[in-house]
Design a protein around this ligand. Structure first.
Ligand SMILES: Nc1ncnc2c1ncn2[C@@H]1O[C@H](COP(=O)(O)OP(=O)(O)O)[C@@H](O)[C@H]1O
Ligand SMILES: O=C(O)[C@@H](O)C(=O)COP(=O)(O)O
Length: 421
């Protein structure tokens, strides 16, 4: 059986692709919905379509997700996984509720689970409330996110604002009873008419229970944690031979998440770095880009360098007050996307991009369509391999709040371990 996965952003897609790879799946990550008539790579038993749909108006997110579903069905996928953020990043009007509803309808399915827990990165769900490293989501740095500030940790209330579908809760007491008891409790909720069932989960054992209890459902939804309970039907995929890394190394960051800001702080002390000012970009985009490219050209060719626009919550607020939240975000994304294109054209072959929206913008500019999953750098962040103009390009798409403080310094060491030709 082939799994078809739809992810609402690019970092989230590589996060899920990474977890599936670790479970033994042979995974292909597609960037955007491939055009009609383009087939998935043979041999892949899990396909992950990465969308940039998290912050779109709900109707557009639904349309893109249904197009992805349609393509995945054409590729022979029979079970589906809607991947959203482990911090439930969404706007008040969507898109997790409306997309799940549309996928359920398209698959003629009655109900599914809502499972954002991802214990490997500190995300747990208890009594329907989402915690980040032990703090309620609404007390975590996610309350300051530039595009999707999360100020409520109650998943039932968040979903209730996004969809009319009846929402229920599978509480921890039921999950803890294991895979033999949980299906009964889920069925009971479904018979009461609950169509979106939020599932408590604190550990990977809980996630395995939930994956097993829902194995007959055509659609499951969650962060990538739930995938620890999935197994490919055939024998496990053997590791793909990867080319030895070559070329220049660069980091581009548009993530203003707390973990990224700390990672930038550490990296700045040890590698050349350049900060882009969003307000300067608004005043003279072309001049800012050419001066950043000039700066990059002057850095030592054998060491990584960092270009970032990531602002503190105060800086983000300032830029948003002048430009508007969506416009400020889009401007910085466009700048980093142009830089990604120019830097790769100039010889960068190992590139880290921090930020989900930022990664999507950068990869769209690079016109990359397919990623193979390489070694894991940190939970939820693998190195991936793309081919561009016949040459290998290593890419790491780092979710805002993933990775330890030295991520930007240590990620390269993981690639140094790749020696095969
Ligand atoms: N200084 C800033 N001013 C305004 N917007 C910013 C600033 N820094 C980052 N942003 C915007 O915040 C958004 C961050 O989203 P994203 O790239 O998905 O990062 P994350 O993975 O941390 O969520 C992007 O649209 C980015 O352009
Ligand atoms: O599930 C997660 O937390 C990530 O896979 C993810 O989706 C993060 O999104 P960004 O923080 O916007 O990169």
């Amino acid at each position: 059986m082939r799994y078809g996965c739809i992810a609402d952003d690019f970092t989230g897609a590589s996060d899920l692709a990474n977890t599936l790879t670790q479970q033994g799946f042979q995974v292909a990550q597609l960037l955007g919905v491939p055009p009609e008539g383009v087939a998935a790579p043979g041999g892949a038993d899990a396909l992950v379509v990465a969308l940039k749909s998290r912050t779109l108006p709900a109707g557009e997110a639904v349309a893109q997700s249904l197009a992805a579903l349609h393509w995945l069905q054409q590729q022979g996928c029979q079970r589906f996984y809607f991947k959203y953020c482990s911090t439930f990043d969404s706007t008040p009007s969507g898109n997790i509720g409306p997309v799940t509803e549309a996928l359920l309808d398209a698959l003629n399915a009655d109900w599914t689970i809502i499972c954002p827990a991802f214990p490997a990165t500190g995300r747990t769900v208890y009594q329907g409330h989402l915690f980040v490293h032990g703090a309620l989501l609404s007390d975590s740095p996610m309350r300051h996110h530039p595009l999707t500030p999360m100020t409520d940790a109650n998943l039932l209330r968040l979903l209730g604002a996004q969809t009319q579908l009846p929402v229920g809760l599978l509480p921890y007491a039921e999950v803890r009873r294991g895979a033999e008891a949980a299906p009964q409790a889920l069925d009971h909720l479904a018979r009461q008419g609950r169509r979106l069932i939020v599932t408590d989960a604190l550990t990977e054992t809980d996630l395995r229970t939930l994956a097993e209890a829902t194995q007959a459902l055509p659609l499951i939804t969650g962060a990538s944690g739930l995938a620890v309970g999935l197994r490919p039907n055939g024998s496990s995929a053997s590791a793909r031979a990867l080319p030895a890394p070559a070329g220049r190394r660069a980091i581009l960051s548009g993530s203003a998440s707390a973990a990224t800001l700390e990672q930038i702080g550490r990296a700045r002390a040890l590698m050349p770095s350049l900060k882009l000012d969003v307000l300067n970009l608004a005043d003279d985009f072309e001049a800012q880009i050419s001066s950043a490219l000039h700066w990059a050209g002057q850095q030592p060719p054998d060491a990584p360098f960092l270009i970032y626009g990531s602002g503190t919550p105060e800086e983000v607020q300032q830029a948003q007050a002048r430009l508007g939240a969506a416009q400020a975000g889009a401007l910085l994304e466009r700048a980093l996307a142009v830089l990604a294109g120019q830097l790769v054209a100039g010889g960068v072959r190992q590139l880290i991009v921090a930020g989900g929206e930022t990664s999507a913008a950068a990869l769209q500019a690079l016109e990359v369509q397919l990623l193979h999953i390489g070694p894991e750098i940190a939970p939820g962040v693998p190195w991936t391999l793309a081919e561009r103009e016949g040459e290998p390009l290593y890419l790491a798409l780092k979710s805002g709040n993933f990775g330890g403080p030295d991520f930007f310094l240590e990620a390269w060491k993981v690639l140094e371990g790749v020696h095969s030709a």
